[in-house]
Design a protein around this ligand. Structure first.
Ligand code: COA
Length: 330
């Protein structure tokens, strides 16, 4: 078995910053309500015509490549974790073309806020079985395009962004992606979704139904309960499988959904809150981008150092959730 490790990280956010006061001009809410219930103070939103998830994903990917002066031609595979593509057939190929990674195969991975965790795990399989050497994974979402901006229950939560990581093959002894634990409960898929609503087509000769995707719909209370119960269980299972305990953890890097969820998960696991990596006050919930965005910031702030153990958990629509434990080797 080959080893796998993250050798570079990059991220990108749009320029436009919308704070809670700005949102309170379009829906009945307040900075105090949003900060108290979620911890979010502001979020970034992608504006401009013809701007899409591809632009953010490209920027994040290039930053990760440039940091280590890697030629895009060295990339074997690009996995774009996104649930807001600008082409239903996938956006990863557009990112591949823009980056100039001509030798890479590219595909989308749709798993909402768990997307980046699933991308790490998927890339690791390709590396550990010897198929590929360098894989660029990108978590990117522009949920601002799928929000009903008159729905105060959801429009306060989300923001746009992208984060990327390059995973490279290494010796088995240097393997840094230590283990993972993944789950899905499709029976709860209605709790958080962007549903496809169909109607009878004008061409009714074939009784054909055609439709359109709607806005994000969410049962906030149920999603909250799901996250605070399932995520700690996933982390515990994953750590147990690696014969590690919560005492061995240096950093807890959860999907940045809500400050209260982050704290509740840490409390349930008796992990000191000083070990929580969080930047959601500045970006809100950026879906598949949130984990690499927070990882990149923590690295830039020199929080994470060599040999630190980082527990990463994603959770969200599906409902899907999971954990990956890594050792920081750079
Ligand atoms: N501003 C002001 N009031 C608001 C509001 C807003 N933006 N959104 C809802 N309210 C009101 C409700 O109408 C309700 O009023 P009522 O009591 O008069 O009916 C009250 O605030 C409480 O609403 P409720 O939905 O019970 O709030 P909550 O404490 O559950 O908090 C969330 C709402 C969305 C912040 C919380 O449920 C949550 O964070 N859930 C998880 C969501 C999430 O992380 N999703 C993504 C996962 S990937």
């Amino acid at each position: 078995m080959q080893g796998a490790r993250i050798i570079s990280v990059g991220s990108a956010v749009p320029d436009l910053c919308i704070n809670n006061k700005d949102i309170s001009k379009i829906v009945e809410t307040s900075d105090e309500w949003i900060v108290t219930r979620t911890g979010i103070k502001e979020r970034r939103v992608l504006t401009g015509s013809n701007k899409s998830v591809v632009d953010l994903a490209y920027c994040a990917g290039m930053k990760a490549l440039n940091k280590i002066h890697m030629d895009p031609l060295e990339i074997d595979l690009i996995i774009l974790a996104t649930s807001s593509p600008n082409d239903l057939f996938g956006s990863a190929s557009q990112v591949q073309a823009k980056i100039g990674a001509k030798k890479a195969v590219a595909f989308d991975l749709t798993a909402a806020c768990s997307g980046f965790v699933l991308a790490i795990v998927t890339a690791t399989q390709f590396i550990q079985n010897g198929s590929y050497k360098n894989i660029l994974i990108i978590g990117a979402d522009v949920l601002s395009k799928w929000i009903d901006w008159s729905d105060r229950k959801t429009c306060i939560l989300f923001g746009d962004g992208a984060g990327a990581a390059i995973i490279q093959a290494c010796s088995e002894e240097d393997n840094a992606i230590l283990g993972f634990q993944l789950n899905t409960d499709g029976k709860q898929s209605d709790e958080l979704s962007i549903i496809y609503k169909e109607d009878i087509s004008p061409l009714n000769t074939f009784k054909l139904f055609q439709g359109q995707f709607q806005y994000i719909s969410m049962n906030g209370k149920e999603v909250y309960k799901f996250a605070v119960s399932k995520v700690p269980a996933s982390i515990t299972k994953c750590l147990n499988s690696l014969h590690l305990s919560t005492r061995d953890i240096n950093w807890l890097l959860l999907h940045q959904a809500n400050k209260r969820i982050l704290k509740a998960v840490a409390d349930r696991l008796s992990i000191d809150t000083s070990k929580i990596i969080s930047n959601l006050s500045k970006y809100g919930n950026t879906s598949a981008a949130s984990i690499p965005l927070a990882l990149d910031e923590a690295l830039q702030n020199n929080k994470i150092t060599k040999d630190d153990i980082i527990v990463i958990s994603g959770f969200g629509a599906g409902l899907t959730w999971g954990t990956v434990v890594i050792k920081w080797k750079c």
